[in-house]
Design a protein around this ligand. Structure first.
Ligand code: FES
Ligand code: FES
Length: 154
């Protein structure tokens, strides 16, 4: 066990943890942030995605010791109820969510894309989101929401 300080959504959190423990467990179990989800635990579904220094990473396979000097942002840190991220607004306006389990991964991955590319083409959106899974088959609504958010950020 080791004391590890994480910068999550702009706040420091010091936890006692096995350095090899996945970041996802620290976020959910030690810090109480339940927006990143445990889906596969094998970097296959994206439900656990968070931003590490602005890049989307799969927190289920990221050792907590590897992020001690990085800025971690979760879905809860992307926007607030008063000032939501355009993607959060677009997801509501497009009525994307069904069960909601996968949504964290899609929004965090799309948010990193929109930070990088202001007006992504359909192919750029599909490339960025490749590998994410939605068992409720909301893929068409997700495309609409990402494009709506891009237009809002325009
Ligand atoms: S839970 Fe991390 S990619 Fe599936
Ligand atoms: S909304 Fe249910 S898995 Fe995507």
């Amino acid at each position: 066990m080791a004391k590890i300080t994480l910068d999550v959504n702009g706040k420091p959190h010091t936890i006692d943890a096995d350095p090899d423990m996945p970041l996802l467990y620290a976020l959910r179990n030690d810090i109480g942030l339940n927006n990143p989800k445990f889906g596969c635990g094998l970097a296959q579904c994206g439900a656990c995605t968070v931003h590490l220094n602005g890049q989307p990473v799969r927190s289920c396979i990221t050792p907590v010791s590897a992020v001690a000097d990085a800025k971690v942002v979760t879905l809860a840190g992307l926007g607030t109820p008063e000032k939501p991220h355009p993607l959060q607004t677009a997801y509501i306006e497009e009525q994307v969510t069904q069960c909601g389990y996968c949504i964290n991964g899609w929004i965090m991955t799309a948010a990193a894309l929109l930070d990088r590319v202001k007006k992504p083409t359909d192919d750029q959106i599909k490339d960025a989101l490749t590998g994410l899974k939605c068992r409720c088959a909301t893929h068409m609504a997700i495309m609409r929401a990402v494009k709506r958010a891009a237009a809002m950020m325009g």
